[in-house]
Design a protein around this ligand. Structure first.
Ligand SMILES: Cc1ncc(COP(=O)(O)O)c(C=O)c1O
Length: 444
């Protein structure tokens, strides 16, 4: 096997690349070391150019090479990079918390800052348990989530995630994870009611929280209008906290600042991560409503502590990114670019491999089916990844760097700075790859 260049060789020697096995990186030539980025494009150390098809993994919607964000970070780092976290903080952290309170729905007002989505969900789980304890409800520890969901890489997050096929490697998981089926986008009241039934069966006095991504990511199903309002009612009725995990869906991706706003629902806790700094610094937040914060009173501290939670320079990057999202009306831009891209892609529906195409803001999921039988490959709940792997390999060869998120769904979530020309490139690449895959899979 030929390596692409000296840095790739050094990466393989010293760096443990996340998730992908070496066979994928080496035999299928998937490793790239990126050296430069501008707008929606990345250049590797060989000088080859790639379109950032999924905004990295949903982190970089504002594009690469932005001097406005790096200048804000540099200024805070030069003044004071970080301080605290136990008594002290920085201007950047305060301004970020203020921005989050101004943009989050309802009275979600108090932010606990972390460096990653995993730390924020982990904190949310601790918070839910502690909240009930403080209020004298000592037996509530279970967290209900949905099969197919992912809520982070920590021990708590894995237990709450619904990807048993992956997590079995790490058994035993932290106790308390209970699962229900995800919504499908049609007649979703039944899936909300399933949560109520499970609370009843588990014993309401044992359930601390329900956690969910606003959309069911694995099969890219956007819940119908009944789902979240009913889940909110159920949580209220049983005194269970509702946690919205906006790690992927937040920061305008859905065409609204926060995806849960599509359902007019205010969760008790909201997790935001990934795109919060536009990908320029690791920063995330767990935001809680007033009644949750008040329960901690004046004698109980926060549910967690992390040296880099609220890092000043990371927070300053996020403040600038939030300013761009809000003042630049990136919600409207994402919505209109998404509609434009969907129009451009309309022809792919004719391909025998395409079963359906769904859009949520500037996020399109193309569901693939077996061209011979029409059976969907979207079997993410069971965790096979063969079609997804082949898709990302072929896209990379054409100059599209794609994230592999779920089996049988081609996720397209480009940066908001994509031009119409960029979207045409995406369309041509996607049509070409799906055409090739239709032929390949038709032949068995
Ligand atoms: C919905 C959701 N929650 C939590 C996480 C974990 O975030 P991080 O990778 O920043 O730790 C992810 C990561 O993909 C996610 O998609």
């Amino acid at each position: 096997m030929t390596f692409r260049g000296p840095l790739e060789r050094r990466a393989l020697e010293y760096l443990w690349i996340h998730e992908s096995p070496r066979s994928e990186l080496v035999d299928h030539d998937m490793l790239r070391v990126f050296d430069r980025g501008e707008g929606a494009w990345l250049w590797d150390t060989r000088g080859d150019r790639y379109f950032d098809l999924c905004s990295s993994m949903w982190q970089t919607p504002l594009g690469h090479g932005r001097s406005d964000i790096t200048a804000a970070m540099a200024e805070q780092a030069r003044n004071v990079a970080t301080a605290g976290p136990i008594f002290f903080t920085t201007r950047g952290a305060v301004e970020l918390a203020e921005r989050l309170a101004a943009s989050a729905p309802g009275d979600l007002q108090h932010s606990f800052l972390t460096s990653s989505g995993s730390e924020a969900t982990e904190t949310a789980i601790k918070l839910a348990r502690q909240y009930h304890r403080i209020r004298g409800d000592h037996h509530r520890y279970k967290v209900i989530s949905r099969y197919g969901s992912y809520h982070g890489a920590g021990a708590g997050g894995l237990a709450m995630s619904g990807r048993r096929h992956k997590d079995a490697l790490y058994y035993p998981l932290v106790p308390g994870g209970v699962h229900v089926m995800p919504p499908t986008g049609v007649a979703d009241l039944q899936y909300a009611e399933q949560i109520r039934e499970v609370i009843e069966l588990e014993g309401p006095e044992t359930v601390a929280a329900v956690i969910g991504e606003p959309v069911a990511i694995t099969e890219f199903r956007i819940p119908d209008e009944t789902y979240w309002p009913r889940v909110r009612e159920i949580c209220n009725a049983y005194g269970v906290l509702l946690i919205a995990d906006e790690t992927l869906t937040g920061c305008c991706r859905s065409g609204r600042m926060w995806a849960i706003e599509h359902w007019n629902v205010v969760p008790d806790v909201m997790v935001v991560a990934k795109a919060l700094s536009g990908g320029y610094a690791p920063v995330a937040a767990m935001i809680v409503r007033q009644h949750v914060f008040s329960a901690f009173g004046s004698d109980t501290g926060s549910p967690s502590v992390q040296s880099y939670g609220g890092h000043g320079a990371s927070a300053a990057a996020a403040v600038k990114a939030m300013e761009i999202y809000m003042e630049g009306r990136m919600d409207r831009l994402a919505e209109s670019l998404g509609a434009e891209l969907l129009g451009m892609l309309s022809g792919v529906r004719e391909l025998p491999i395409v079963g359906d195409m769904r859009r949520f803001g500037l996020w399109i999921g193309i569901e693939l089916v077996n061209p011979a039988t029409g059976e969907s490959y979207a079997t993410g709940l069971k965790g096979r990844f063969e079609v997804a792997k082949e898709l990302s390999r072929r896209l990379l060869r054409l100059g599209c760097a794609a994230a592999r998120m779920s089996e049988g769904i081609l996720h397209i979530a480009p940066p908001y700075v994509s031009t119409s020309e960029d979207l045409e490139f995406v369309t041509e690449s996607v049509v070409s790859v799906l055409d090739e895959m239709s032929d390949m899979l038709s032949q068995g």
